[in-house]
Design a protein around this ligand. Structure first.
Ligand SMILES: CC(C)(COP(=O)(O)OP(=O)(O)OC[C@H]1O[C@@H](n2cnc3c(N)ncnc32)[C@H](O)[C@@H]1OP(=O)(O)O)[C@@H](O)C(=O)NCCC(=O)NCCS
Length: 164
C-alpha cells in the first residue's frame, strides 16, 4: 500500500531533484531513449534549466511518499530572453514536471502543478509556460489544467501557456 502523499515547497538543497525531473521530462518517450544522465543534464543547452538553482524566479514543489521524493514540478524565469524552449516572455516562468514511473496516474502530477500555480499566483505571477514534445501524453494533463497552445514549433512540439 502506498503511504500518504505530502507536497512541500522546493528548497536550495533540491538541485539533484531538479536535475532528475529535467532528465525524466526529456526522457519521456520510452521508444526514443536519450543519452545518459550527465551527458544530457550538463549539456550547456540543458544546464540553463537548472544552473544556479534556486536563483530569483525559481520555484518548485516536491511530492513525497513516506518522506521519499516521488515527483517534482518546478519553474524558472529566463530574464535574459529566449534561451529556453518554452520561452514566452521575461515575466513568465517555464514549467518542468516529472513523477516516478511507479507513482504515475494517481493524480500526483496534477497536484504538483496545481500547488505550483497556487504558490506563484500568491507571489503575483500571472502566467506559466511550458514546452511539450509532439506525442507526449502529458499534453492532455496540461490542457486539463488550463494550458493552451501559444505556438507550434517545427516538428510539432508545442509551447503552451496557462493563466494562473
Ligand atoms: C507527465 C507526468 C508528470 C504526469 O504525472 P502523473 O502523476 O501521472 O499525472 P496525473 O496522475 O495527475 O495525471 C495523469 C495524466 O497524465 C497523462 N499522461 C502523461 N504521461 C502519460 C503516459 N506516459 N502514459 C499515460 N498517460 C500519461 C494522462 O493523459 C493523464 O491524463 P488524464 O487524467 O486526463 O487521462 C508523468 O507522466 C511523467 O513524469 N511523465 C514523464 C515525464 C514527462 O513527460 N514530463 C513532462 C514533459 S513536458
Amino acid at each position: 500500500m502506498p503511504g500518504s502523499l505530502t507536497i512541500r515547497p522546493a528548497v536550495t538543497g533540491d538541485l539533484d531533484l531538479v536535475r532528475w525531473a529535467l532528465y525524466t521530462a526529456l526522457a519521456w518517450d520510452p521508444e526514443d531513449p536519450i543519452p545518459p544522465f550527465e551527458a544530457v543534464v550538463d549539456h550547456p543547452k540543458i544546464a540553463v534549466y537548472h544552473a544556479g538553482w534556486m536563483r530569483p524566479g525559481d520555484a518548485g514543489v516536491v511530492a513525497e511518499v513516506d518522506g521519499e521524493a516521488v515527483g517534482m514540478a518546478y519553474c524558472r524565469l529566463f530574464p535574459d530572453g529566449g534561451d529556453s524552449q518554452g520561452f514566452v516572455d521575461e515575466e513568465t516562468p517555464e514549467l518542468a514536471v516529472a513523477v516516478r514511473a511507479e507513482h504515475r496516474d494517481r493524480g500526483i502530477g496534477g497536484r504538483l502543478i496545481t500547488a505550483l500555480f497556487e504558490m506563484l499566483a500568491a507571489a503575483g505571477v500571472r502566467r506559466m509556460s511550458l514546452s511539450v514534445s509532439a506525442g507526449n501524453p502529458a499534453e492532455r494533463l496540461y490542457r486539463r489544467l488550463g494550458f493552451r497552445t501559444e505556438r507550434e514549433e517545427e516538428g510539432g512540439d508545442l509551447v503552451m501557456v496557462a493563466d494562473l
